[in-house]
Design a protein around this ligand. Structure first.
Ligand code: N1C
Length: 258
């Protein structure tokens, strides 16, 4: 039995904190493109980094609250002009490739989203360090972990702030393109403001038969959540067809075939 086992740092089932977390946050903040500073208020990277660290350092990694991230989010609240937001669920890469050439914005284009993208972090009570061995897993350990709560709070603010037409890219190769347990399903869709229009794009993996569609039951569920909130809804079944008319920008899983 190793030393780290006894220390308890390896007791969680999720990936440990990303090595050099602080350094990466600092670098990403310093290099965040000038022309889109308008998507977030503050540009004080020192302050932002400190607020990020103090949100979770020395704390029980299973007791994250929205309140812990309040200061951080207030420092760099995501604000995006109307009609520019693209949401997604299980389609991150495709959504970003769709958004970029059109000047549209995913959460990862805002300052806080870009800082945290693909990173992992958690602390340990009584320790000034990050736990690089393991962090709580959403399913196996606890839902109120710092990673999950971060994306929930940030996504909530993002969706609340949206105006005009919001787009969402969903995966029609899944049984449920709309999943009520996802962040899009449980946080973003239920926090859109009345009078917003949600335009859903269902994308089908070219290698697989389509399993869900605009007339399927998961989309019907989404429709009913939205109509209760007075959010208008439009659904299109094949984003790939639409993209085909444009530049062939996509590679990989959802690639446009030649
Ligand atoms: O749970 P999801 O997708 O439906 O969340 C996606 C949804 C998007 O519309 C984003 O605005 O929520 C926002 N969002 C992120 O931007 C994001 N970047 C990285 C939510 N989660 C994000 N992550 C990580 O991916 C995070 O760790 C979270 O748990 C996953 C969610 O991915 P998903 O299930 O494909």
């Amino acid at each position: 039995i190793h030393k780290w086992y006894h220390s308890g740092l390896n007791r969680w089932h999720g990936l440990g904190s990303t090595a050099d977390f602080q350094k990466i946050i600092q670098e990403r903040c310093d290099n965040y493109p000038q022309q889109i500073w308008s998507y977030s208020r503050s540009r004080n990277c020192q302050e932002i980094k400190q607020a990020f660290m103090s949100a979770f350092i020395s704390k029980d990694p299973c007791k994250a609250t929205k309140e812990d991230y309040r200061r951080l989010i207030d420092l760099a609240d995501p604000t995006v002009p109307c009609n520019k937001i693209v949401l997604w669920s299980k389609t991150k890469e495709l959504a970003r490739e769709y958004a970029k050439p059109r000047g549209l914005v995913t959460l990862e284009d805002t300052l806080l989203g870009s800082l945290a993208d693909d990173l992992h972090w958690c602390g340990e009570p009584g320790s000034p360090d990050l736990n690089t061995w393991s962090c709580p897993d959403w399913k196996k350990d606890c839902r109120t972990n710092y990673l999950t709560v971060f994306w929930e709070v940030l996504s909530e603010r993002f969706a609340e702030s949206a105006c005009g037409t919001v787009q969402v890219v969903l995966d029609g190769s899944l049984e449920n393109a709309f999943n009520e347990m996802s962040i899009f399903g449980r946080v973003e869709a239920p926090n859109l403001k009345p009078m917003v229009t949600l335009q859903a794009w269902l994308v089908h993996d070219p290698g697989k038969p389509p399993r869900d569609s605009c007339s399927g039951s998961s989309i019907t569920k989404l429709k009913s959540i939205l109509s209760e909130r007075n959010v208008r809804f439009i659904c299109r079944d094949n984003l790939r067809k639409f993209l085909k008319k444009r530049k062939p920008i996509l590679n990989g899983k959802y690639g446009v075939s030649p």
